[in-house]
Every structure is written in structure tokens, then in C-alpha cells.
Design a protein around this ligand. Structure first.
Ligand SMILES: *Cc1c(COP(=O)(O)O)cnc(C)c1O
Length: 407
């Protein structure tokens, strides 16, 4: 994994260059597009600081990134910034997820929810188009610790759901539940499976054992394709892990989602969907005739500034800088775990993640509420989680520990 870090001057040169390649509504007689720059009464483009602010300048120029730019020729009016989105997709697929020289498709989605649903949608249509599956013969498999975008997607796409169970303390998917769910699915007439693997769950930071679980699925001799939900872990786990189980080197993985707007601290609206070449076309909307290159994404119009924001953060750090930052968060997380160990507190923590989920019995609801710890369920809290984000200073952690001892 490697990508270079750029100076602010270098990024300005690239982004302002891209905006120059885009259509300028102030210069060209654009009579046919239902689009323009941001409202100039409110977002005037001659504020002096804008010449040093490539992201805000992109926001104001307001390029539309509708469509999927890795797949087809898209709207020439915004080709400059589309190129940066293409580079972003390639960086994520080839560097973060070790795709090597292989090419990938993808786009910047509204969030992890959309990227996950896009993943299910592509695979559903793939089974229908390539395996002559009927819609009711397709099942969605995910664990009970999975994000709620899975049931949401199953509802939208009318997929039958098969939810596997988790062992309470280890947060591991049980073999027994995989076998019984698949058996039930077969009884229901399901012949093809979309399997979601969590490269970190939201609540626990647990990572599904993809090697072991795909081994079980092979043993069951079913037709399945894996989508990885990396919405939470995508900008963390790959940076502290040496094995390639959760990379495109694993031939079982078809697609990934990851979220810029969680760990990367980019603006909301920066989910990322990545898929191997040869699958994206299954999500085509043939009727998207006014979009040059048609549309293959769930969302429709979307702001090009989002892609610029993610690209800028990744290019500011470079891969080495990002690894350093994530390692520092890991150390801070481990230090808090040591504090909890000294006190005999039971918690779950994946050593490759920055989440600590503490058993509810060790904490008063008042303490949890003072530090805004999120319960696993707002009705009946069995666990509370701590997420070591950028703003979580050692001072905050020390105060928490003091209050913890005093409760
Ligand atoms: C946050 C999250 C999502 C959903 O992402 P949004 O960006 O809120 O749509 C999906 N899966 C996991 C594991 C997440 O942490």
C-alpha cells in the first residue's frame, strides 16, 4: 500500500486545474443544463480566501458527479473533477484494498448505507442476469451485529434475509447459525446468496472471520458472492493489518464499501463503493437517457466537492501519514484498555480497531450519559461503547477514568 502525500500548493494546482477543465457557467453560454454554481447572493465566488481554498471553491462551482465515471464516458461538462474522483476510486481499490494493477469500478456515494445497498443491488442483478436466477431465489446473509443498512437494503430490494447469530463475549459468528440459516434458505428455495462480511461492525469493532466463514460456505456448497461492509473499518483496519484476507487479493470478495465521513473526517456525503470490473453494469438504468454515459448508481446527482474532500484528506496525509495517525489512535485505545484491565472491567476490543465496548454492568447510566457512550440498545443496554476518535484527547480519557473510579 502506498500513495504519495501532496503539499497544499500541489493540491491547489491539481484541483484548480480540474475546475478549469470543468464547464465554467460564467464563460460558456450554457442554455441547456438544469444546473448552475451555488447561489451567488449567499455563496459569492469572489471572497478573497477562496483562491487558497480548493474544496470550498469546488463546492461553489458545484460540479455534478452524476453517474459512474470509472465505467463510461460521462458528462464532459465536469470531466476535470470526474478525473479526480476516478483517481480516488483507484487509490482506494488498488492501494487500501491491494487491488494491484487490476482495474475497478466505483463512485462516491451518499454514505455507507448507499454503498452497501449498491453492493446488494449489483449482486442481485448479477445473479438474475448471469445465473438466470429468479428474484425469490436470492438470499441476503449477514450477522446480527451488522449495520441496519442490511435489513434496509433487503427491504428495498425484496431480498430474503438470513441473519446469523453472534457469540456474546467474542462477537464471533457461530458456525451453527451459518449452517442452520443456509439450511433454512435452501428450504425456502434460495439458490444464490449475497453474503455481507463486516470489516468491523459499528457497535463492537469486530471483524468477521472471512477465511473461516467462506470455508463454511464452501463446505455447504452454495453459490455465493461476498460484499464487505467497511463503512466503519475501511480507513482503519487495512492500515494496521498485514494479512490480505480483507483485500481484493482475496478472490472471494466482489465489492467493498467504506466511509470517508467516519474515520477520515470528510464531510457527510462521502461513502465509497468499490467493485471488481465486470459487475457495475448490472446496476444500469437504461432509461437514464439525459445522463451522458447513463447511470449505474443509486443516487443520481451528487456533488463533486465530496470526492475532492476525500481525495484531499488522503493526499494530505499520504499512506505513511495515515498509517501513523491510525497507529497513534490504536495506542491511545490500548492505553485505555490497560486502565480497564487494571480495574478488572470486562470489555470487547478488537486489537486492530479503536472501539472499546464495555459491559453495561460496570457503568451507571449517568456515567455513560455524561460521556455520551452509545448503548447497544437504547431500550436495554448490555454494552456501552467508547470510540477513540481524533477529538478524544488523553485528558478526556483521564477524566472518564477518574469518574469511573468515583461512580
Ligand atoms: C456507519 C456505518 C454504516 C452506514 O453508513 P452511513 O454513512 O451512516 O450511511 C454501515 N455500516 C457500518 C459498519 C457503519 O459503521
Amino acid at each position: 500500500m502506498y500513495w504519495k502525500s501532496y503539499s497544499h500548493a500541489e493540491m491547489k494546482r491539481i484541483i484548480f486545474g480540474a475546475l478549469d477543465e470543468n464547464l465554467n457557467y460564467r464563460e460558456k453560454p450554457v442554455l441547456g443544463l438544469p444546473a448552475s454554481y451555488l447561489d451567488p447572493q449567499v455563496f459569492y465566488n469572489d471572497a478573497p480566501f477562496l483562491k487558497d481554498a480548493p474544496f470550498l471553491s469546488t463546492l461553489i462551482a458545484n460540479p455534478n458527479h452524476i453517474g459512474c465515471h470509472t465505467l463510461t464516458a460521462s458528462e464532459p461538462a465536469f470531466q476535470g473533477t470526474h478525473k479526480i474522483e476516478r483517481e480516488l476510486i483507484a487509490l482506494c481499490a488498488q492501494e487500501i484494498f491491494e487491488g494491484g494493477d487490476e482495474e475497478f469500478d466505483g463512485y462516491v456515494a451518499s454514505g455507507g448505507t448507499e454503498a452497501n445497498i449498491q453492493g446488494m443491488w449489483v449482486l442481485k442483478n448479477y445473479f438474475i442476469n448471469e445465473h438466470k436466477a429468479k428474484a425469490e431465489e436470492i438470499g441476503l446473509v449477514y450477522s446480527e451485529d451488522s449495520h441496519y443498512s442490511m435489513p434496509k437494503g433487503a427491504s428495498l430490494l425484496s431480498l430474503k434475509k438470513y441473519v446469523t447469530s453472534i457469540e456474546e463475549d467474542t462477537r464471533r459468528i457461530t458456525k451453527e447459525s451459518v449452517f442452520s440459516q443456509i439450511e433454512q434458505a435452501k428450504k425456502d428455495g434460495v439458490k444464490h446468496f449475497i453474503v455481507v462480511m463486516n470489516m468491523s461492525t459499528t457497535m463492537f469493532g469486530s471483524v468477521d472471520d472471512i477465511v473461516e466463514i467462506s470455508g463454511w460456505l464452501d463446505e455447504l456448497n452454495i453459490d455465493y458472492r461476498i460484499h464487505v461492509d467497511g463503512a466503519y473499518g475501511g480507513y482503519i483496519y487495512p492500515f494496521v493489518t498485514d494479512n490480505d484476507h480483507y483485500t481484493f487479493k482475496n478472490p472471494k470478495i466482489f465489492s467493498f464499501s467504506l466511509d470517508g465521513h467516519k474515520m477520515l473526517q470528510s464531510p457527510y456525503g462521502t461513502g465509497i463503493y468499490l467493485v471488481r470490473k465486470g459487475f457495475m453494469h448490472h446496476a444500469i438504468t437504461e432509461e437514464a437517457n439525459y445522463v451522458k454515459g447513463k447511470d449505474y448508481t443509486l443516487v443520481g446527482s451528487r456533488s463533486g466537492a465530496n470526492a475532492i474532500a476525500v481525495w484531499m484528506i488522503m493526499r494530505t496525509y499520504g499512506s505513511d501519514g495515515w498509517k501513523t495517525k491510525i497507529n497513534q489512535l490504536m495506542q491511545k485505545t490500548s492505553r485505555l484498555c490497560d486502565n480497564l484491565d487494571e480495574r478488572g472491567v470486562e470489555y470487547f476490543r478488537n486489537p486492530k480497531m479503536n472501539i472499546i465496548t464495555i459491559k453495561g454492568k460496570y457503568m451507571t447510566p449517568e456515567l455513560a450519559s455524561k460521556y455520551m457512550l452509545v448503548p447497544d440498545s437504547h431500550d436495554n443496554a448490555k454494552w456501552y461503547k467508547i470510540v477513540i476518535m481524533d477529538h478524544v484527547t488523553q485528558g478526556f480519557i483521564d477524566r472518564f477514568i477518574n469518574d469511573f473510579d468515583a461512580q
